[in-house]
Design a protein around this ligand. Structure first.
Ligand SMILES: Nc1ncnc2c1ncn2[C@@H]1O[C@H](COP(=O)(O)OP(=O)(O)OP(=O)(O)O)[C@@H](O)[C@H]1O
Length: 688
């Protein structure tokens, strides 16, 4: 068959040309539109994440759960314009209100003090850490509000509010929490910590375990709250936290400022090098050092305490022998260098306060209560103090008078104590004041150093100039001094009740940042001037004291080490508080009860010599599970051991509480401490 002849395509008709052109045009237009839309969404995406999100949500959204962003208007109407009636508590960094959202859900709205650095830090921490956590044992952060300087956090509402209120609000004779509830609360808190330490990766250290940070649901189950001081442990880290990295700088500033002010103790080591050099390393090494060489607070150096080059330091006169010292002398020398391989830093008091909690007997709670009060009224320099004394004798507190009063109290002269405290003629008061002035000044100086450093440490983080720091420190101290005087006039006019704390004006409380402030009418009983918790509340309000006095672990001091075992220590104290229904520091008028003033030391004494069940809250009227109670107390004793390595971890604690593991025997702690050395010299008394 012949091939088919080639026939060329028929020429395109105008119609087909038009259709092809239209098709091409449509493709071009749609491509352009798509491109435009793509670019638009890209720009929107960039705008949203780079500008909008970074302004409103200061954390990496990828790593966190979805938090609701509330408008200020919304929260304002939820809380009835943040009315006093809706206020349910006041903390160091803001006020908490009850709110009802538009969908009817109850929430707790924490309005942070806009201008405070602590509030800002707490806000960031809560979002970055708590915002990413979901556990039945941890409070749920539902959302936040950021508008201009306003910082607000919205949490799930806990109808029974804080453990602090449930434990202490009832007053004598009124039982709020029964034994079962207390035990469940202890288990819940242990589980919360186990979640943070073991289930979170990287682990989270809470850093501020105390009753007011344990919130209770309607059925009295506990949830851990307040992550304002918590931190995420970074990989491979063995002891330095984020904030402590500022410490070297702060220390340096401290030394410089001391040079400037000229009237504080010399900050030089015997070799003339600033102590900051070894400061953090000392702590790091300590956490892995052997028991006998363990020392968190003292810097290891090749110097001797009797080295004449140690300028201005108070050195324990070893040659005299510790036996030559009576208790009073030891109290005055509590911050001296006692180890021949160690020297103190100028801020030693700040790290040594906790020794006074220990069970060795020679240092009582009253000493650090007194010292603490001293710190509050102590101006930055001695001359300021003198000026204040002259200008307003009635408003100054005579610290040197306090030991006498307390000693008499201990000796059982309660009536005399009362008279002296409130009815003594002014002349005698002044005479006494003059007599003990020298020792008092020493104490003042120590407290000044501590507080100065604390303030410097915090403010230096924000890069303030040294002179500005000096100025603000002076101003703060002066202000606190004068207002505290006013406070004590009120106290002098009252009669001596069963609890010293009852004398305090219930409507006033002291804040390190703000001085005395009139307490808002709240339901919170969290601020108790004379309780350990008061120190806590107020100290935790002092921005650079991370953690809570009486709850904070000894190794933490102010050197910045915050590890899991610090939480365990606080948990131990908290367990004792829950079991006993007492605050960690509770000064009572009765001399018989004075030994019980310091819960920790009392418990240690009972652990060594007596029946630990003596500690159980009398209000339980013997209606409690004795096995569980002694388990809790023994567990607490394990947790409050001075050496972090000896404390159990959270996994073990939960197992012990669930009865899946026995309480390990309590080892003796041979940490070299002033009190320990003193004890040993008196016959090798062990200190737990
Ligand atoms: N989610 C909540 N539900 C119910 N009440 C709450 C809630 N959060 C806080 N509160 C109440 O508000 C009080 C103050 O809480 P906040 O966390 O501000 O301060 P704090 O922990 O007591 O003190 P600080 O912040 O100084 O450590 C608590 O004691 C508690 O009574």
């Amino acid at each position: 068959m012949p091939p088919k002849p080639f026939s060329p395509n028929p020429s395109p008709t105008p119609d087909s040309i038009f259709r092809a052109k239209a098709f091409l045009l449509a493709i071009t237009i749609s491509a352009a539109v798509l491109l435009f839309l793509g670019l638009l969404s890209l720009f929107f995406y960039l705008w949203y994440f780079v500008f909008n999100r970074s302004r409103t949500s200061p954390f990496d959204s990828g790593a966190h759960l979805k938090l609701q962003k509330f408008s200020y208007k919304e929260l304002k109407s939820a809380t009835n314009v943040f009315s006093d009636g809706n206020s349910i508590g006041k903390g160091g960094s803001g006020t908490v209100f009850r709110g009802i959202l538009r969908d009817g859900k109850s929430v707790a709205v924490k309005k942070l003090d806009a201008t405070s650095l602590q509030a800002e830090r707490e806000f960031q921490n809560e979002l970055q850490i708590l915002g990413g956590l979901r556990s039945p044992y941890v409070i749920t952060l539902l959302g936040y509000c950021v508008e201009k300087k306003k910082r607000i956090l919205v949490y799930e509402y806990m109808p029974n509010r804080s453990l602090q209120e449930s434990l202490f609000a009832g007053g004598p004779g009124v039982l709020v929490l029964d034994w079962n509830q207390r035990f469940e609360i202890i288990v819940d808190i242990a589980r919360a910590l186990a979640f943070l330490h073991l289930e979170c990766d990287p682990p989270i250290i809470h850093g501020d375990i105390k009753p007011s940070n344990v919130l209770l649901s309607s059925d009295f189950r506990a949830k851990l709250s307040d992550f304002g001081l918590s931190r995420v442990k970074s990989e491979g880290e063995f002891g330095v936290d984020l904030f402590s990295q500022e410490l070297g700088r702060s220390e340096e500033l401290l030394w410089k400022s001391q040079e400037l002010s000229g009237n504080l103790v010399s900050a030089e080591t015997p070799t003339g090098s600033p102590i900051e050099k070894d400061f953090s390393l000392g702590g790091q090494a300590s956490s892995s050092s052997k028991m006998r060489r363990f020392n968190f607070n003292l810097k290891t150096s090749n110097s001797s305490p009797s080295n004449p080059n140690v300028k201005g330091k108070e050195v324990f006169p070893m040659e005299m022998g510790v036996e030559d010292f009576d208790d009073r002398q030891l109290n005055l020398n509590a911050y001296v260098a006692i180890d021949d391989t160690a020297t103190t830093s100028a801020n030693q008091w700040g790290k040594d306060w906790w020794w006074r909690q220990d069970g060795s007997g020679e240092l009582c709670s009253k000493d650090y209560v007194r010292e603490w009060i001293g710190s509050q009224i102590c101006p930055l320099t001695n001359s300021d103090w003198d000026i204040e004394k002259q200008s307003s004798p009635r408003t100054t507190i005579n610290l040197d008078r306090s030991p006498t009063q307390m000693d008499q109290l201990e000796n059982g002269h309660e009536t005399q104590f009362h008279e002296q405290r409130y009815g003594r003629p002014k002349k005698k008061f002044e005479k006494k004041e003059g007599k003990g002035g020298k020792n008092g000044n020493k104490k003042h100086r120590k407290m000044q150093e501590w507080w100065k450093e604390e303030n410097l440490a915090e403010i230096s983080k924000k890069g303030h100039k040294l002179r500005k720091l000096e100025f603000s420190c002076r101003r703060v101290f002066k202000f606190q001094h004068s207002v505290l005087g006013r406070r004590f006039r009120i106290r002098k006019a009252t009669t001596f009740g069963e609890h010293i704390q009852n004398e305090c004006d219930p409507n006033a409380e002291f804040s390190f940042r703000k001085g005395w402030k009139k307490k808002k009418k709240t339901h919170s009983t969290g601020s108790d001037m004379w309780s350990g918790d008061l120190y806590s509340r107020e100290l935790s309000s002092a921005t650079s004291v991370r953690g809570t006095v009486c709850y904070v672990a000894p190794e933490y001091g102010n050197s910045g080490y915050l590890m899991e075992k610090a939480d365990i220590y606080s948990l131990g104290v908290l367990i004792l508080v829950i079991v006993s229904g007492r605050r960690p520091l509770h000064i009572l008028s009765s001399p018989m009860k004075l030994k019980k003033a310091n819960l920790i030391s009392w418990c240690r004494q009972l652990g060594q010599t007596g029946n630990v069940l003596e500690l159980v809250d009398e209000r339980l009227k013997e209606i409690y599970n004795k096995d569980q109670a002694s388990l809790c107390i023994n567990l607490a004793l394990l947790c409050i051991q001075k050496m972090p390595e000896l404390r159990p971890d959270t996994g073990e604690i939960v197992k012990i509480l669930k009865g899946e593991m026995d309480v390990p025997p309590l080892l003796m702690d041979f940490s070299p401490s002033p009190s320990k050395l003193f004890s040993r010299s008196r016959g090798n008394r062990g200190v737990m």
